[in-house]
Design a binder for this molecule. Sequence first.
Ligand code: PGA
Length: 248
Amino acid sequence: MKNLKAVVANWKMNHLRADVEAFCARFSAGYKQKEGVAAGIAPPFPYLELVGNKLIPAGVLLFAQNGLDKPKGAYTGEVSMAQLKDVGCYGVILGHSERRQYYGETEATLAPKIVAARENNLLPLLCIGESLAQRESNETLEVISRQLAILSQVGQGDIWIAYEPVWAIGTGRVATPAQVEEVHVFIRSETIRLLGKAGDEIPILYGGSVTPDNFPELLKTKDVGGGLVGGASLDPEKFRQLVLQTQE
Ligand code: PGA
């Protein structure tokens, strides 16, 4: 899977039905799947099926933005991995920094979610990244290493990783190619250290203010296997352009 590249749209809590329908029509009009490059979209829960119905036939992978580790029962407001699978999800974003920041997600809550996702044949897309304060105090690699330690707790199995420096998310402040490369090469060394050969095959996506203007440069960077895109992914033309750039 090492040569697999991927670009995933993280819509966060954006779009209403009419926007979703317009996006799907405009995106699918010009989208052509290409071997070795996966395009994924993570809409809000209410629109998972709508996006799935419209875009899975075109080869787009459906992702959820979160899921619970419990199989079913009295967990008001939560959604299980089995339910995500049932509505057509291919994978689930886990540990996004907004969930860590606003909803107290930690490695302790994330590990069972990764396990539950895999048990339901969902691909976990694990997000990691340092805050501005951590970068400024030179703790970036230490934070990344701590966040990746979860890999040895959850054992072998498919996973994608997204490196998203918190200070670059939604801020328009994109990390430089040198900053991205330093961390991605480090992540690769950690995944190999923790998982052996399998760690060499995990796609590592970059996320944080990715746009069609800065993406080509980032894609040339060592160990960058694509992107996880928020703001720019809300526009079907921009997202299609990002997919095309990944396919080049
Ligand atoms: P952004 O979001 O592209 O708007 O910075 C990325 C993300 O949070 O996944």
